[in-house]
Design a protein around this ligand. Structure first.
Ligand SMILES: [Fe+2]
Length: 576
């Protein structure tokens, strides 16, 4: 048995991936089991906190014991960071002892190098640990999951060792790096910093900033923002480190661009009067799209290939992905569904596999249901623990009953099979609702998900119906499997599905085929037969917590919230 464990644990989105005999057995995110969002917060002291729950769930899913592993691949290379740091430009506002300070970096390296001893202390057996470059892991995750043997690859995030972007070419099971951009020129960090300036939680609420962009006018800050972030003629981009002050606690530099920061308790200005925060978000989104397009053109030219596979946290920016698809720089796009750091556990395992056994283990991801398998009897135990009773139903019964509930305006939580990986719920851990009612967005935001009132919702639609409702360029079909491209809702469809049309008229659909999700495909058909609209609202099954991980989380979240019904595998529970 040849088996490798990939780990992402250096910053956040801690996760574990197992490659067994050249195939992915499971990619498990720690947060789904620990219930700590993103697994942990990135700080030097957290470096040795390893994702043991994710490792254990991945091993259980594969039916393996830790001692059966050949080696552990870690998606970060501490030595490479130490070697590269001296060549970086001067940083600003670095607190002593933190990332970027000499003492902090020494400690950071020492703690990251403890991975092997920590694992052997926990599992009682020593395994070699292979440290791999972070962006190589992002690129491998995109390449090894995409449909093509030959493709350009691009990853864009906050930071790896010192890279913030990296690109190359995948061909015949090998990856060649063609270029990269180093800190402090970081789009991911810029989004975190603007998120902080706006009074939100960095590395968590960037999606809120993206949603806010639809309400703003980018022109107001377009010029000022270019002092901070500037696309270069060679396709790269430059961030002004003195204005960005990425490692400082403050946002002083951003205040010179946008004005005083918003404190979390202060009102968010986006809808009436001075739309300060929406205008800032719109300017950031617009310039991000320009910078990414500029970079994509460089990658297209350098790689000389017509397709692009994307990864890195910035690849979760569905507006930028939609824009890139419409621009036609590439004929086809792929966005890796676990594009943020959790996916690097998979990339690390793939790279280590290739080092040991030959070409990269490539297999197109038809879907993202790659998490841990369910423990036998978990549904029965979860129901019994809350003294609930529900008899097993056939798929046809579930579909028919749920379609009727949804058509009556009820909200239905849907828990089924192996969890999806990445931040988008793709109808294995989802909340479904009727998109025909404009008030459904407000209901979900205020009563169930407890989010800000402008946060949009995406739809799920059968692939064969998608183009009747959404204007999807052919190049965006791949990202639309995973809700990773924003596309316009067709004007004639906007009043039919108002709950999923955002302020700017776009939405990020999930396209479902019968082969990938037969029961949901049937549900969309049944809902369409009742309402003439074969589209549903689809959002993650959670309320200010990580997406539910187990049947017990599902039952408890359903009980705690105002969700009307719960599909738990083959059971249906409806509140009176
Ligand atoms: Fe990353």
């Amino acid at each position: 048995m040849k088996a490798l464990l990939g780990l992402n644990s250096v910053f956040h989105e801690s996760s574990a991936a197992l490659i067994v005999e050249g195939k992915l057995a499971a990619l498990v995110e720690e947060e789904r089991f620990s219930r700590v969002r993103h697994g942990k917060k990135a700080c030097i002291d957290h470096t040795p906190i390893l994702p043991y729950r994710a490792i254990d769930e991945a091993l259980r899913t594969a039916g393996l014991r830790f001692e059966e592993l050949d080696l552990v691949a870690y998606s970060y290379d501490p030595e490479a960071r130490s070697a590269a740091l001296p060549r970086l430009p001067k940083d600003f506002g670095v607190p002593e002892g933190d990332y970027g300070s000499s003492e902090g970096e020494r400690r950071f390296k020492d703690l990251a190098m403890m991975t092997g001893p920590l694992l052997s202390a926990r599992y009682g057996t020593a395994k070699p640990v292979r440290y791999l470059p972070h962006h190589a892991c992002h690129l491998a995750s995109a390449y090894c999951s995409c449909p093509w043997d030959e493709t350009a690859v691009l990853s864009v995030d906050g930071i790896g060792e010192t890279d913030t972007c990296s690109w190359g070419r995948g061909m015949m099971g090998r990856l060649v790096r063609l270029g990269g951009i180093e800190y402090p020129h970081s789009l991911g960090f810029l989004w975190e910093k603007v998120t902080q300036w706006m009074g939100f939680s960095p590395n968590h609420e960037e999606g809120t900033v993206m949603a806010l962009a639809a309400y703003g006018d980018p022109a107001r800050f377009a010029k000022a923002l270019r002092a901070l972030l500037r696309p270069n003629p060679d396709g790269t981009f430059t961030v002004d480190p003195e204005l960005a002050r990425f490692r400082a606690q403050d946002v002083d530099g951003l205040e010179t661009v946008f004005g005083p920061r918003r404190l979390p308790e202060e009102p968010l200005q986006y809808q009436t009067g001075d739309r300060l925060h929406a205008d800032a978000a719109a300017a950031l989104q617009e310039l991000t799209e320009e910078v990414l397009l500029n970079l994509a053109r460089r990658v297209r030219e350098e790689a000389g290939l017509p397709r692009l596979a994307l990864s890195g946290g910035v690849a979760l920016n569905c507006l930028a992905n939609g824009n890139l698809a419409r621009a036609g720089v590439f004929d086809e796009l792929w966005a890796f569904p676990a594009a943020a750091d959790c996916g690097t556990a998979f990339g690390a395992a793939c790279l280590a596999w290739a080092e040991q056994h030959g070409p990269l283990p490539r297999e197109e991801w038809a879907h993202a249901y790659k998490g841990a398998s369910e423990r036998p009897g978990a549904v029965e135990r979860a129901l019994a623990a809350r003294r609930l009773k529900a008899i097993p139903l056939s798929d046809e019964q579930i579909v028919e009953k749920v379609a009727r509930l949804l058509a009556k305006g009820k909200t239905v939580a849907w828990y089924e099979g192996v969890s999806e990986v990445g931040p988008r719920a793709l109808c294995h851990r989802s909340i479904l609702a009727d998109p025909r009612k404009p008030e459904m967005r407000d209901h979900l935001n205020s009563r169930i998900k407890h989010r800000l009132p402008f946060r949009p919702y995406g739809p799920v639609v059968r692939a064969e119906d998608a183009l009747r409702y959404f204007d999807i360029p052919a190049s965006a079909m791949g990202p639309c499997r995973f809700m990773l491209a924003a596309v316009p809702v067709r004007p004639e469809a906007r009043e039919r599905i108002p709950a999923v049309a955002h302020e700017d008229g776009t939405t990020r659909p999930q396209l479902v085929t019968k082969a990938v999700h037969p029961r949901l495909h049937a549900l969309l058909g049944a809902f369409g037969a009742l309402t003439d609209v074969p589209v549903l609202v689809n959002t993650s099954f959670n309320d200010r917590e990580p997406v539910v991980g187990t049947p017990q989380h599902a039952v408890d979240t359903w009980l705690r919230t105002e969700l009307d019904a719960l599909v738990l595998e083959d059971r249906l529970l409806v509140k009176p």
